[in-house]
Design a protein around this ligand. Structure first.
Ligand code: SIN
Length: 536
């Protein structure tokens, strides 16, 4: 198949990029599930933007820099906060209905924001509303074709340039050639056994970019959300930070409020502080959860403000207007990713990245709550614009051209047969548990070393060719887990979302970014705090 532009992923960043590309040629949006199945669809709290009367872009800038704990790229943050309002007004013009108070937009509070600046829609379904509007806008372009249930195997790299991707659809593998490719595959929460992310978040973009030779950055920074539902048989459903913004209180299982013992901002302390405080309380009280308490708020307000959370918890017999909600932290957001410049360009010509799969440096070591939907809009737009200007040789056809069999043959190597006998589900479960227990909220050299050893046993799977979505996802999860673990071992200090109990101080390398890339010889190079070669 030949097209002008290939976008991989259909969340906010991918769709925003596709909209920018659409007037410039044929665009394929490839997505491994239905187009709405992305983290965007599930985003509750909202989108941070300096639009309220009491706010200024300069204050949004300062809050973002402060949360990033010394590692934000200032120019990337400036772009985010300055271009954010324009991208939001554009979305409103396209039909987005954010909640209002009278005629004015309504803004809520979240942790580490010094102003009420979080826009929300239908109470707690902000991402769903944004996805609806972006998908409608995409539909208005005849030049955009969506390819659902299409899993990417690898990127096509010829003479150092990205020329598209090898994909798997209905058990068939084929090539999609494109002048420029935008990776917007989202995050990697599924690498951990407790996560707020949907099942599709398996680090695909990060892993395929790494295999293609892209530079990855800040992979040690995984953000854990403090409050995911903790109930037998319930999913790790997110309980939005906006609940604490509206006054919800965290209590230990002894019903005692505890956040003021850990941080003067109490419930609105930075997210990493709250997650670690919850872990400490769970250890102190020998329990596996704490409680989130909204019962002092008016029931009608709760139902109106958090309708989706109210309805979901009720399915598990928890009435959030009357009951304490059992919660514990869960992996939530991949701060690191494919390193890009301010226009989404990676080190591989023709390859762009945006959204959670990318690392623009906007979030530094710790993402300010609700900055990610804004990042998806601003940097999806920028990546789309830059990709539209990237021209290689003229393409011969259109997105409707015949499928061409992939030249990359999916092999049935002896290694594949050996592991093929193993239960991939079993390895997936063991991997997720390993990452949660050894590379989770609190890490140390010993736990990370154990993770490294275990990952080394699965290393053959990282280099194996699979021809099923399940196999490909496992390979990508293993690769992403390897990258997170290596970067976490490398950073001997505690900064932002990365906390090492053996190095609780920030350390001398606090302001260095750790980058990892794979070299042609099959080695990976870690750089930043230390130059080192390591074989994988
Ligand atoms: C939330 O609603 O708590 C999530 C917001 C975010 O992760 O930015």
């Amino acid at each position: 198949m030949i097209t002008d532009f290939l976008v991989i992923g259909s969340g906010v960043a991918g769709l925003r990029a596709a909209i920018e590309l659409a007037p410039h040629g044929n665009v394929i949006v490839a997505t491994k599930d239905i187009p709405t199945e992305s983290s965007t669809e599930y985003a509750q709290g909202g989108v941070a933007v300096a639009l309220s009367d009491e706010d200024e872009v300069g204050i949004h800038f300062e809050d973002t820099i402060k949360a990033g704990d010394g590692l934000c790229r200032e120019e990337a943050v400036r772009v985010l906060v300055e271009e954010g309002p324009r991208r939001i007004y554009e979305l409103i013009e396209w039909g987005a209905e954010f909640d209002k108070e009278g005629a004015k937009l309504s803004f809520t509070m979240e942790a580490a924001h010094s102003r009420r600046r979080i826009l929300h829609a239908h109470g707690d379904s902000t991402g769903k509303e944004m996805e609806r509007v972006l998908l409608n806008k995409v539909k208005s372009f005849k030049s955009v074709r969506k390819l659902p249930f299409c899993t990417v195997l690898d990127l096509i790299v010829e003479d150092g340039n990205c020329k598209g991707a090898y994909v798997l659809e209905d058990g068939e593998t084929f090539s999609i050639y494109a002048k420029a490719t935008v990776l917007a595959t989202g995050g990697a929460g599924q690498v951990f056994s407790r996560t707020t992310n949907p099942a599709v978040a398996t680090g695909d973009g990060i892993a395929i970019a790494y295999r293609a030779g892209a530079v990855l950055e800040d992979m040690e920074f995984v953000q854990f959300h403090p409050t995911a539902l903790f109930a037998p048989s319930a999913p790790h459903f997110l309980l939005s930070e906006a609940m604490r913004g509206e006054g919800a209180i965290l209590r230990s299982i002894l019903r005692e409020p505890f956040m003021k013992n850990y941080h003067q901002a109490g419930e609105l302390a930075p997210r990493d502080v709250v997650s670690r405080a919850i872990v400490s309380e769970m250890v102190r009280t020998e329990s596996n959860h704490v409680y989130l308490d909204l019962t002092h708020l008016k029931a009608e307000f709760i139902k109106k403000r958090f309708p989706r959370i109210y309805a979901t918890c009720l399915q598990y017999d928890i009435d959030i207007t009357r009951d304490l909600i059992p919660v514990s932290p869960a992996a939530h957001y991949m701060i690191g990713g494919v390193k890009t410049n301010l226009n989404g360009a990676t080190n591989i010509p023709g390859l762009y990245a945006a959204g959670e799969a990318a690392c623009t440096g906007v979030h530094g070591a710790n993402r300010l709550a609700s900055n990610s939907l804004l990042e998806g809009l601003v940097y999806g737009f920028r990546a789309g614009l830059a990709a539209s200007r990237h021209s290689t040789e003229p393409q011969k056809g259109t997105a409707d051209a015949e499928k061409e069999p992939a030249q990359r043959i999916v092999s049935n190597s002896p290694g594949f047969r050996a592991f093929g006998l193993l239960d991939l589900d079993e390895i997936r479960t063991a991997l997720r548990r390993l990452m949660w227990e050894r590379v989770g909220i609190i890490r140390c050299g010993e736990s990370l070393g154990e993770a490294r050893e275990r990952l080394a046993e699965w290393r053959p799977l990282m280099g194996m060719d699979f021809d099923t979505r399940k196999g490909l996802e496992l390979k990508n999860m293993l690769t992403t887990a390897f990258l997170i673990t290596e970067a976490a071992l490398e950073r001997k200090g505690s900064v932002g979302a990365h906390y090492r109990s053996d190095f609780p101080e920030k350390g001398v390398d606090r302001q260095r970014h750790i980058t990892i890339s794979r070299q042609e010889a099959g080695e990976s190079i870690l750089s930043g705090s230390l130059q080192r070669r390591r074989e994988i």
